[in-house]
Write a protein that binds this ligand. Structure first.
Ligand SMILES: Cc1cc2nc3c(=O)[nH]c(=O)nc-3n(C[C@H](O)[C@H](O)[C@H](O)COP(=O)(O)OP(=O)(O)OC[C@H]3O[C@@H](n4cnc5c(N)ncnc54)[C@H](O)[C@@H]3O)c2cc1C
Length: 475
């Protein structure tokens, strides 16, 4: 069932078993796990089907550190899947490990445990199982003991918007109920803040209603998950909510001036099509070198730039079956960030139209983040020169770099309610439950303790399905 909250009379109190806040990449697959079961699950979603959103200003935030794009998420049924690019990439095994050289690293869930959930996640949304991420041998031209080839895959256009793709399943399921244009403004808890009793919801026309449930799951995205906890003074006994804010700083920096007559086939690094669709190979430092150099798991893609050609040139090339002439290769960089407690979200003094303080984001890039990327460029420079491919020219190779050039956010908001076993350095436990609250869970990339370079949504959905299994045993 799908209901516009506009039709709910003010003061109504709704009751359900599981209440999920947010219908995005994490919330929709989580809710669908209960489809046609005896569990009543409901989603509260602040947006509607269309782009016009009441209370759209609740999504505005203030950047105090490096700028975070205001367009980095979307309100509406489907959440940010209405706008995302659909790049699917499970995290690497090393991302889950405790890396002694990366403070606060180490997940409470191992890659081996999550691997089955990656495959289930792929099946649930029409993406790619893990076996599709082993680069074939002929796609490892640049691989050696210092560099690893890694693949990311692009989902099909018809699978991208989860709202559109799964709408009818929600319309037809009696036990799943979606309330659109229903903005959760706070959680109400018992006096000790150990149990959520209800959520307060603002609906169009300045109406308010409430919802009670046995279990609540925050799936409102990496910024709002932290903001709603801060607004409700929940789970923050150790001042951890909102800290460790990470993204994947990205940018085109560095290019390879090519030697003439290269004998090596690099085509697999330039975006290929195989039986499963579009695939891009990139390069990261090998696990061994990361350990040796105390580096993070960052990554570059190689992007070819071709010589300009006129109509005649193009026609002649096609007739004679010649290859397009490449001018240079540009590097597209994606950085892992080390967890930094000072890179954080707090509440500001200014309020939105519902009277709730706005999020203030102080996003920071650390020295280790930068040194990792410099190391990757150095290793790549030596590799490309050694194979006679060309000369890497990059500002990161300069000794005295003044202004760090890779600082565009990738709209991947991670770490603000991180998972761990110690409440002094984390917000949720290994089951994604808020340490101090008996019935409040979190889904989405805000629970990632570290971010790797992988686009976050594959892991968010895998974790959401793992959470669903936990809740099925609990409810
Ligand atoms: C342009 C762009 C391209 C991207 N490309 C990729 C990519 O290729 N691969 C990848 O892995 N990731 C990509 N991402 C990131 C990806 O889209 C997000 O990581 C993912 O959608 C987050 O899922 P989520 O469910 O946690 O949050 P969202 O998908 O953002 O959903 C959260 C939902 O919660 C609702 N909500 C928020 N607050 C409240 C409230 N108070 N009350 C009720 N509802 C609320 C919102 O309206 C929203 O619908 C991209 C993002 C952008 C912007």
């Amino acid at each position: 069932m799908i209901t516009d909250a506009k039709s709910i009379p003010a003061g109504t109190q709704i009751n359900t078993d599981i209440c999920i806040i947010g219908s995005g990449a994490a919330g929709i697959p989580l809710a669908l796990e209960f489809e046609n079961s005896r569990t009543r699950a409901c989603i509260l979603e602040s947006g509607g089907f269309e782009d016009v959103v009441d209370y759209s200003d609740v999504y505005h935030f203030i950047s105090r550190g490096l700028p975070v794009s205001l367009d980095s998420r979307t309100q509406g049924f489907g959440g940010t899947t209405r706008a995302w690019a659909g790049i699917w990439k499970p995290h690497d095994e090393i991302d889950f490990r405790l890396r002694p050289w990366v403070k606060y690293s180490g997940w409470s869930v191992a890659f081996q445990e999550l691997s089955g959930y990656y495959d289930r996640a792929a099946q649930s949304v029409g993406a790619f199982p893990l076996e599709f991420f082993n680069p074939p041998l002929d796609a490892k031209t640049l691989e050696d003991s210092t560099l690893n080839t890694t693949l990311v895959r692009l989902m099909k256009p018809e699978d991208l918007d989860f709202g559109r793709k799964f709408k009818s399943r929600f319309e037809n399921a009696d036990n799943l109920h979606v309330y659109l244009r229903a903005v959760v403004t706070s959680f109400e808890s018992n006096p000790g803040h150990t149990e959520v009793q209800r959520v307060r919801i603002a609906a169009p026309g300045k109406k308010e209603f409430t919802l009670t449930a046995k279990i609540f799951v925050l799936a409102a995205g990496g910024i709002e998950n932290a903001r709603l906890l801060l607004l409700s003074n929940l789970g923050n006994e150790h001042d951890q909510v909102g800290r460790y804010y990470m993204d994947h700083p990205k940018g085109k920096v560095g290019s390879v001036a090519l030697n003439h007559d290269i004998n090596i086939d690099l085509n697999q690094y330039f975006g290929a099509e195989d039986s499963a669709g579009k695939v891009f190979a990139g390069l990261r430092l090998s696990d061994r070198l990361q350990e040796q150099r105390q580096a993070l798991n960052s990554y570059v893609q190689l992007s070819p730039v071709y010589e300009q050609e006129g109509f005649m040139g193009k026609t002649a090339r096609k007739i004679f079956g010649l290859k397009r002439k490449m001018k240079k290769i540009e590097l597209r960089n994606f950085m892992e960030q080390e967890p930094n407690p000072d890179s954080r979200i707090t509440l500001g003094e200014k309020c939105d139209s519902l009277g709730c303080p706005r999020a203030v984001i102080d996003w920071q890039i650390s020295e280790k983040d930068k040194i990792t990327m410099k190391t990757l460029h150095e290793v790549l420079r030596d590799k490309l020169a050694g194979l006679g491919i060309g000369k890497l020219e990059s500002p990161l190779l300069e000794k005295n770099l003044q202004d760090w050039p890779i600082k565009t956010d990738a709209s991947h908001h991670m770490g603000t309610t991180r998972m761990g076993t110690d409440p002094r350095t984390s917000v949720v436990d290994p089951n994604c439950k808020i340490h101090s609250v008996a019935n409040l869970y979190v889904a989405g990339s805000s629970v990632f303790p570290t971010g790797g370079y992988a686009n976050p949504t594959a892991t968010s959905i895998a974790l959401a399905l793992r959470l669903a299994d936990h809740l099925k045993n609990r409810i």
